[in-house]
Design a protein around this ligand. Structure first.
Ligand SMILES: Cc1cc2nc3c(=O)[nH]c(=O)nc-3n(C[C@H](O)[C@H](O)[C@H](O)COP(=O)(O)O)c2cc1C
Length: 388
């Protein structure tokens, strides 16, 4: 296999992931919620933006690096929290984390990760951030915060766009829900991907048992198969701004709020002491028909961009998408599904390929735009559709 792994873009990695994974697993990664409108609209909104290139600029020394929270990184994007890579490839989460570390970009460990935060920190290294959901029993969440502090995570990300679980009907249909219960549909599905069954699922089962949420405290942690699954603990519909203030007291390092789409919320996050907001609709996975983050971004930057760092994600599949976000004022972008497609296609090498594709594409787009540094990217590089 060549160094490109037969993948010229993220779409190729997605196709490979689809071929490797049982349908239930692939759809869990790939799809959104309800009518999948937000997923499609995230793309449509990015695709409506055009570039206005400048020519005869010497771009031979262009530089993709940025400084984020005082630390230089060679590329203007980070790996966002997803926590399912372990279901896509054996040791998949470590694979993605290592690929990010080798590329010099931050990797976010999700609280719902199937590899523990300690293992990832020990075995992958690099710049590591931790993502948290606040549970109804805050003390369990605070225990996790303490652990993340001890492990040395450089940033904590509180995800705020999931007050209640989203309505992912395909997961019900595919029998892909926690706790997993076997039925004809999901058994047939899994048997249709014998390589995945043997090299991912059974291997995981034999080496460390049923996949579990390894960051959960023992009282909460339970096998995905368990019928005693304590779902009520995972509820977070009582979360509010006081929780963010409290977290600010507990967490001494960089604190980010993920899932903000309104300028007012970004200002409030700044008032509560957050260092950054991530303008995101969770990749279209939570509230269907929510506005595309790329459309919400300019308003957030205008309202709060001087008070905190603004990052954006959702729908980024090309380097050109990242460049558009940066030109609209994001200081960096997160990629979510792209490295998951990569790891499902070829393990760590596939995740590394996804990162490399973004690097190559961003560099090429900057050159063709006549831009030498990320700081030079601004609205003059873009032709925007009529904003509502
Ligand atoms: C399979 C999967 C699992 C995810 N799990 C989490 C999570 O546990 N916490 C979180 O804040 N975001 C989670 N996300 C959302 C991502 O962090 C990110 O916002 C989103 O994937 C960005 O959109 P993109 O996938 O189009 O790049 C998940 C996304 C996917 C695809």
């Amino acid at each position: 296999m060549d160094s490109k792994l037969g993948a010229y873009n993220i779409h190729d990695l997605r196709d490979m992931a689809r071929r490797n994974l049982p349908r239930g697993v692939f759809e869990f990664v790939d799809r959104g919620t309800e009518d999948d409108n937000a997923v499609a609209n995230n793309r449509a909104a990015l695709e409506r933006i055009r570039f206005r290139p400048r020519t005869l600029v010497d771009v031979s020394k262009r530089d993709l690096s940025i400084t984020l929270f005082g630390k230089k990184q060679p590329m203007p994007f980070c790996v966002g929290p997803t926590g399912t890579a372990g279901l896509l490839w054996y040791g998949g989460e470590l694979g993605v984390a290592r690929a990010a570390a080798k590329a010099g970009i931050p990797f976010t460990v999700a609280v719902n990760s199937m590899t523990s935060m300690e293992t990832i920190a020990e075995q992958a290294g690099g710049t590591l951030w931790f993502q948290l959901y606040l549970w109804s029993d805050r003390n369990y969440s605070y225990q996790i915060v303490e652990r993340a502090k001890k492990v040395g995570f450089e940033a904590l990300i509180l995800t705020v766009d999931g007050a209640v679980p989203s309505n992912r009907e395909y997961n019900h249909r595919n029998g892909f829900e926690v706790p997993i219960q076997f039925n004809t549909r999901n058994v047939t599905d899994v048997l249709s991907r014998p390589r995945w069954l043997a090299s991912v699922f059974l291997r995981q089962l034999v080496t460390s048992g049923m996949p579990r949420f390894e960051n959960y405290p023992p009282e909460v942690m339970d096998g995905l198969m368990s019928r005693t699954w304590k779902k009520t603990i995972l509820k977070n519909d009582g979360m509010n701004w006081d929780d963010l203030r409290k977290l600010r007291e507990l967490w001494p390092r960089t604190l980010m709020v993920k899932g903000v789409l309104s300028p007012q919320d970004a200002v409030k996050a700044a008032e509560c002491g957050a260092d950054a907001v991530i303008v995101s609709n969770h990749g279209g996975r939570n509230l269907d028909y929510s506005v595309a983050p790329i459309d919400a971004l300019p308003g957030v930057v205008e309202a709060a961009g001087k008070r905190l760092t603004v990052i954006m994600d959702s729908g980024l599949r090309r380097g050109s998408d990242v460049v558009k976000a940066l030109a609209l004022g994001a200081r960096a972008a997160f990629i979510g599904r792209a490295p998951l497609y990569g790891v499902a296609a070829h393990g760590e090498a596939g995740a590394a390929r996804a990162i490399e594709i973004f690097r190559e594409e961003i560099s090429r787009v900057m050159a063709l735009l006549g831009v030498n540094s990320v700081a030079e990217l601004d609205r003059r590089c873009l032709q925007l559709p009529e904003m509502k």
